[in-house]
Design a protein around this ligand. Sequence first.
Ligand code: PFF
Length: 463
Amino acid sequence: MIQGNSSSRDGFSTKFGVIAAAAGSAIGLGNIWRFPYVLGQNGGGAFLLIYLVFIAAIGIPVMMSEFTIGRSAQLNPVGAFKKIAPGKKWHLIGSLGVVTAFIILAFYTVVAGWTLEYMLQSVRWLLFPESSGVAGLTGDASREFFQEHYESFTNGIWRPVIWFLVMLFFTGFIVVSGVKRGIEKYAKILMPVLLILLLVLVFRSVTLEGAKEGLVFLFKPDFSQIKDAPVKVILEALGQAFFSLSIGMGTLITYGSYIQKKENLANTAVSVAAADTFIAVIAGLAIFPAVFAFGINPGEGPELVYITLPVIFQNMAGGLIWALMFFLLLCFAAITSTISVLEVIVAYLTEQLKLTRKRAVFLSAVSVAVLGLICTVSSDVFAVFNASPDILLPFGGFFIVVFIGWFFSKNSLKKELSSNGARKIGYYPVFLFLVRFVAPLAIVFLFAIGVYNKIINVFPSMG
Ligand code: PFF
């Protein structure tokens, strides 16, 4: 089993299950919470255009590389590199992925916990508008109300901690059930529900009066918007692309190891990337028209969803029932992502350190609980953890494409991509060109200017 005996190994049973699980990992708070606020802070349409280029030229090749490594080795990220490149240092990339998984899981589960708070509060606001103080609020008063709620909630200790632990518990519970019965089963139900809920929200948002300005902001690339800090915008677009696609830390190596040999990896990667991008754009479509219709600042920051949306929802016909639906959806989306991050750690612990699945989940959940508690208490730690994927994921992604492009046997690569010769891979030369040159050089280049920028920020005199 440890050595990748595919017959005894747990795995995804259907093609839809694979796509639902991988898309479930990709689609989450990154699309609905992070993407709109990062786009809002980085100039709108111009950011979107750069983001789309990164998804196509870097994201999809990295994703295909991760699937290839995982499926060919049938192991977790550390075990996979050890098996494919024995005696070499490549497994350190897998180890970095496991460490990154802890960091991401900690802050991500904290934000996921907020969705539970807002779900519950929406019910309260809906059922008891008078006593909760939400009745009859309009304009600035309504904004102040939700701002205050956000601040008192995130500055408090107990509620964020409890919601975080509840989220972590659910995540652990699903992961304990294993790949087929746990991850695949839940993803298959949750992902289509998510799409339907989002489409309802989009319909509501784009039919608001004054929605057009939001559409222009989202879709019209205006490069003058990013001229003040182009490096920051480009790097955040790159980091966001990696974060949103769940690539660069071995999540999709792990999921790739559960994909059956007959599945088409290129097709799966393109479908997942397309679904992920579609949902991000749809989330933007749900949010920005409403943001502009109600005269809210699109560059609000990480609280965009958590402060501004309740204001918008409260001002809509149908009221806070929209909020309830939205936060429920966000909670679904988050949990299909948290389970994929936890699975990276659990696959490592069960296969490399030979722990039972239950023990592995328990041990990793306890460790994540400690890190997450620090995040809920310290907003500085939270901010550092939230920003770190922008560096760690492209860093890991660089080595993953270099590994596939320059070190992985080309025979094995063709075998994986073509399902052992069963299908044509006309795209192969393009793929090879992307993983050998385009993706690694772009990442190194962008990284270099990013590091340069950071140094200048820390030591302004060097600029
Ligand atoms: N892609 C997820 C999202 O957009 O919400 C977050 C994520 C999951 C990042 C898994 C990285 C990862 F490995």
